[in-house]
Design a protein around this ligand. Structure first.
Ligand code: SF4
Ligand code: SF4
Length: 392
């Protein structure tokens, strides 16, 4: 494993952090793959410990991941001496603040779930202009953070971010409370949200910067044909190109990857072990630029499969519908995508045509997708495909 300076904290973190938002899941009823999915706890604990054993020293979770079970399972994984080997990060869900006392109540719940007396890195989760102004500033949550730090419940303060570069800069500049921030960045999202400019801005101000969504929710691992062709015959796999793009930059303090299998851990640790700033030659960055060009406009719905929008009160499997739709522009045949829409999507919930447009999901989407509108588009597209009687 390689380690990097984490801003001005004096801490060295592994180049690869473990994101506990995509832990392995199993169907409650093994005979019925459509039955409810729950985290495979034993396997999740084994995967987290495997990563730590291989040198990962940072585990990231959040109040809402896996319906609250991620924190509990991370807490389990860090028993028996593993906590002492790990920097633990979790996040305060700003959207859950309803009344005075909620900050302390939620933090105490998190400490209990995590079976620890302190969190090393505590973030405001998925901050944007609205949560920054209406919740964090208006309700005095910066002061609450400072109090929690004074009480020894948290060590370092940061925020994860989903909004424009302008908003990002204003939050970075507002206060010197920040030790770190977490932004969405990958070779497709260089000018999206905080982007490369935000990365450099925060780094110049002394903040550690964590790169999240390094593979854009799996999009950069399963490339459309044109982009995959660019990487054919090169020394790296599409995943390696995606990760190395980030590790190449000295401003990236750590890359966070949601790992759900032992193989993913093994592969990512191997890649992290040979990572270093400046690792890409000019010819390599030119290859990435070509792949980016080939990807332009490919994902017509910019869903990263983070699942923050779930559960939909009407059971719509939101990200799975978007995945089936996006595959239409990734070189897959209409028949393949129709099969995916009709069968694979329904293993996780309902198809887009079950959306009633209530918009309950929309404030939770960090990509600001107007889900109710895009669901209409998905449903109409597959209805047209079906009407043309394209057989699977
Ligand atoms: S808008 Fe559609 S997808 Fe979103 S919560 Fe309502 S029914 Fe579900
Ligand atoms: S629609 Fe938005 S919130 Fe839902 S999975 Fe996609 S990116 Fe995440």
């Amino acid at each position: 494993m390689k380690y990097r300076e984490f801003g001005k904290t004096g801490i060295q973190v592994s180049a690869l952090g473990f994101g506990a938002m995509r832990l392995p899941v199993v169907a409650v009823d093994p005979q019925d793959p459509k039955s409810e999915k729950v985290v495979d706890e034993k396997e999740a604990v084994a995967i987290i410990r495997r990563a730590i054993r291989k040198g990962v020293n940072y585990v990231d979770t959040a109040y809402g991941y896996h319906g609250g079970h991620s924190e509990r399972i991370v807490g389990l994984a860090l028993q028996d001496g593993w906590r002492e080997k790990t920097y633990l990060a979790t996040k305060f869900p700003c959207w859950q603040w309803k009344k005075s006392g909620d900050f302390g109540r939620i933090l105490n719940t998190q400490l209990k779930r995590l079976q620890t007396d302190h969190v090393d890195f505590y973030m405001f989760h998925a901050v944007g202009a609205q949560s920054w102004n209406d919740v964090i500033l208006k309700q005095g949550l910066l002061e609450k953070m400072l109090k929690a730090r004074k009480a020894g419940k948290i060590r370092h303060i940061g925020f994860s971010f989903h909004d424009s570069l302008e908003v990002f800069k204003s939050i970075v500049d507002y206060t010197d409370i920040w030790d770190f921030c977490q932004i969405q960045i990958n070779y497709l999202d260089t000018e999206h949200q905080a982007g490369l400019a935000g990365l450099r801005y925060a780094h110049a101000k002394g903040l550690a910067v964590i790169a999240m969504e390094p593979l854009k929710g799996g999009t950069l691992a399963n490339l459309p044909q044109e982009a995959a062709k660019v990487f054919e015959g090169t020394a790296r796999s599409p995943v390696e190109w995606g990760l190395d793009f980030l590790w190449n930059m000295p401003e990236v303090s750590m890359l966070l990857s949601g790992m759900g299998t032992r193989q993913m851990v093994d592969d990512n640790v191997q890649y992290a072990g040979r990572s270093k700033p400046g690792m890409l030659a000019p010819a390599d960055t030119a290859i990435i630029a070509q792949a980016r060009q080939a990807m332009q406009g490919v994902d017509s719905i910019p869903c990263t499969a983070c699942e923050y929008c779930l559960p939909c009160p009407f059971g719509v499997a939101i990200p799975y519908n978007f995945r089936a739709f996006n595959n239409l522009s990734k070189g897959r045949t209409k028949a393949e995508c129709k099969t995916q829409y009709d069968t694979w999507v329904t293993m996780f919930g309902k198809r887009a045509d079950a959306c009633v447009g209530c918009r309950a999901c929309e404030p939770r989407c960090p990509q600001l997708i107007v889900i109710s509108e895009r669901m209409k588009e998905v449903a109409a597209t597959f209805k047209r495909i079906r009407a043309k009687k394209i057989e699977a």
